[in-house]
Write a protein that binds this ligand. Structure first.
Ligand code: TXA
Ligand code: MG
Length: 349
């Protein structure tokens, strides 16, 4: 299958291409598109065959449910049984935006889309290209991140092409995403709301609107019996090809340790990558050193994390040592992704 690429920006939508993309989706095809978080691989959420195609294109296990993307609030009520008042409040405050909420699903949502679950994840993205595409497609677009299963999520259309070229009908290239990490997921199917995946919106930001929100204990547990509730959080699915370890401690100790480890691996003849920030870029004399941003702007760190992991994949390094990024607002989300990519491999200094 030839994959068509359509180039546009949020400021200048190409309506002709968007109509075509909408038609492809309504006819059961697949279109990758930008959102404010990461690129999504879209298919018609109410068409079981389209969902199956998404799983096949990504090589994703079909018990890992998809998020339904909507563009209009009235469409939410058609795919869920009920919307709790707190969810309504979060939607008022943060939709459109990087928030996914989980509800009991209505009968019209196929089990193929929800990975066999009776609940459904829903998000209204803020990217204008995404919103227009969803409307053109009829209102309900199932979209996981547009990477092959096991690779970092795409923040550029070129990442999508790397993974999915020839496997999908179209890629809409809308430039780099704004945030670079997937949406915050909040589960509303239990008595009280629970964060199943941290993201740009953190616990405090949610609690300001609806009061207490718990964090899924499975997220921080290394005990395999306490599993995360979101099936996708159970897999080590942001894994780079090189063996990644995160080094924790004070800046000086971390720099010393990474330099020591790098030298040792280089001596063995291995390729080594180092992930740091602008502040320490000059402190690593050997190895392939990449800054992912600056500690004075944590959003720059979130935005470049996946890109840097992909670059190291391409450069085929054998080992990657990363500084840790416990930044104030998004630190939880950044470290959650990094720890997953590292298979929880931490080196304490
Ligand atoms: O920012 C995002 O959310 C991106 C963009 C494209 O919107 N999408 C995304 O989708 O990250 P995906 O499929 O890569 O991640 C969806 C996560 C998975 O961990 C999945 O297990 C979880 O959401 N999920 C979906 N439906 C669920 C449900 N009914 N119950 C529990 N977890 C669910
Ligand atoms: Mg994903």
């Amino acid at each position: 299958m030839k994959t068509e690429i359509a180039l546009m920006s949020e400021k200048q939508l190409d309506m002709h291409a968007l109509e075509k993309a909408g038609r492809i989706l309504r006819q059961g095809g697949l279109v990758a598109f930008p959102t404010e978080t990461v690129y999504g691989l879209g298919g018609n959420a109410l068409d079981p065959a389209a969902s199956e195609k998404i799983y096949a294109a990504k090589g994703r296990p079909s018990d890992n449910p998809l998020i339904i993307h909507i563009a209009d609030m009235e469409n939410l009520r058609k795919i869920v049984l009920r919307v709790p008042p707190k969810a309504e409040n979060l939607a008022d405050r943060y939709w459109p935006g990087p928030l996914t909420m989980i509800f009991d699903k209505a009968a019209c949502v196929p089990y193929e889309t929800t990975g066999g679950l009776d609940s459904v994840a829903v998000r209204m993205p803020s990217n204008r290209i995404a919103l227009e595409l969803i409307r053109q497609a009829g209102g309900y677009v199932a979209a996981p991140s547009a990477n092959t299963s096991g690779r970092p999520s795409p923040t550029l259309a070129s990442h999508v092409a790397e993974d999915l070229s020839e496997r999908i009908d179209m890629i809409i290239d809308g430039g780099m995403t704004d945030i670079g990490l997937e949406s915050t997921i909040v589960d509303f199917t239990e008595n009280s709301p629970v964060i199943l995946r941290p993201g740009y919106l953190n616990q405090q930001m949610l609690e300001k609107v609806i009061g207490a929100v718990r964090i899924d204990p499975g997220l921080s547990s290394v005990d395999s019996k306490v599993r995360p509730k979101a099936p996708g959080m159970r897999y080590r699915h942001y894994a780079p090809r090189g063996e990644l370890a995160i080094v924790e401690g004070s800046v000086e100790k971390v720099v010393d340790r990474i330099n020591e480890l790098t030298r040792r691996r280089l001596k063995e003849g291995a390729g080594v990558g180092i992930i740091c920030t602008d502040e320490t870029l000059g402190s690593y004399p050997v190895g392939k050193v990449k800054s992912i941003g600056t500690r004075t702007n944590e959003e720059s760190i979130a935005l470049h994390l996946y890109q840097v992991l992909r670059e190291f994949d391409e450069e085929e390094v054998d080992y990657i040592y990363s500084e840790s990024f416990h930044t104030p607002r998004m630190g939880q989300a950044i470290m959650n992704r990094l720890l997953k990519a590292a298979g929880h491999e931490i080196i304490e200094t």
